[in-house]
Design a protein around this ligand. Structure first.
Ligand SMILES: [Zn+2]
Length: 356
């Protein structure tokens, strides 16, 4: 190859071919720009819900696979050689972070894949920028063994899902710059779909998703709508979840704090005494008393948690035990993020409205 050709190749490379995964090879092995035959970003995520959001943001330009299933407790997945093998060829590794998936780091390290190690652009902590709840006030593991940096179950607030999507879109844009506009457009569409699903289309048209999100996060949405005579315009999950506001709902693990915060229900106690630690008989009795004293109608837990205590408490008190998916997948009959939230809101509202 003479100097001129080399320079031309370099120029072409910088113009079209910066991200290795987006390269297209013609039959004779020369790199060629263009969309036809273009390769995808290979993406692995710790959780299926992150794969689902990545799919919405990445569209046709990525292949994505999740390393866990919705039937697994995201705190406790085995970092097996099979998972390491799956991560070996990845361009991007997306995790929720906040030490939810300690096994994720073991998978990434064991994969021997330099692109997905901590600090690389191919390693994405999707929860970056999320306002973390239940931050420990002192540096002991006061919330138990599994939430040392605050509550990591952030995706059950739809407004946090937009932050996860934004972090993912930014990572894809950096790694695959030629498609950055597409990633940005997909992100905008995802954000709009979330806003419409959460607030209703009419209100989003009237006020805009950004302002609505700000008002909701500041706890001022209801007051604002009332003041402007727009309360009737509220639609979506928030309107549907109105019967949940102020209700006490008992949960097994501290899984649902973000859901509770957005939809305005209270979690007066968990069946687990501390996250990751099964309840003692004493704790179970404490919960039983609270359910009776506060007139709790609903006990909510993730599908993968043991139902023994919940079943007992429901039987003793007449409360409903809801054992619901908190992640997406065919195994649990939840096709995507929107179905996940639809299901949680519907089941809770149904439970709260059918109590005798
Ligand atoms: Zn947890």
């Amino acid at each position: 190859m003479n100097t001129k050709t080399t320079l031309r190749t370099l120029a072409l490379s910088s113009l079209f071919l910066a991200p290795v995964p987006a390269l297209a090879r013609s039959v004779d092995g020369e790199f060629a720009p263009g969309t036809e035959g273009i390769e995808s970003l290979e993406v692995v995520t710790t959780l299926p819900v992150l794969a689902d959001i990545a799919k919405d943001v990445g569209g046709e330009f990525i292949h994505v696979a999740a390393l866990s299933t919705p039937n697994q407790d995201p705190h406790y997945v085995q970092p097996t050689p099979v998972l390491m093998q799956k991560a070996r060829g990845a361009d991007v590794f997306i995790e929720c972070g906040l030490q939810l998936e300690l096994w994720g780091e073991k998978v990434a390290a064991g994969s021997g894949n330099p692109k997905i190690q901590v600090g690389q652009p191919g390693r994405v902590i999707a929860s970056t920028g999320v306002e973390t709840l239940e931050l420990p006030t002192i540096l002991i593991r006061e919330w138990g063994d599994v939430h040392p940096y605050g509550n990591p179950h952030v995706w059950l607030d739809p407004l946090n899902a937009k932050i996860l999507a934004k972090n993912i879109a930014e990572a894809f844009s950096k790694l695959d710059a030629p498609h950055a506009d597409a990633y940005r457009a997909n992100l905008a569409e995802f954000e709009h779909r979330i806003d419409v699903a959460l607030f209703g289309a009419d209100l989003v048209d009237e006020i805009g998703g950004r302002k609505l999100a700000r008002l909701s996060k500041g706890g001022r949405l209801e007051e604002y709508l009332e003041h402007r005579g727009l309360s009737e315009m509220l639609g979506g999950w928030l309107a549907k979840a109105a019967p949940l506001r102020g209700r006490p709902i008992v949960t097994y693990h501290k899984t649902f704090i973000y859901l509770a915060t957005r939809f305005g229900f209270e979690i007066p106690i968990e069946i687990e005494e501390k996250p990751g630690i099964p309840p003692s008989a004493k704790q179970r009795d404490r919960v039983l008393k609270l359910i009776r004293d506060q007139g709790v109608h609903t006990i909510l837990q993730a599908v993968y948690h043991d139902r023994t205590a919940g079943t007992y408490l429901a039987k003793e008190t007449g409360a409903h035990l809801l054992s619901e998916p908190i992640d997406v997948g065919e195994d649990v009959g939840i096709p995507d993020y929107f179905a996940l939230m639809d299901n949680l809101v519907s089941k809770l509202v149904e439970s709260e409205s059918t109590h005798n």
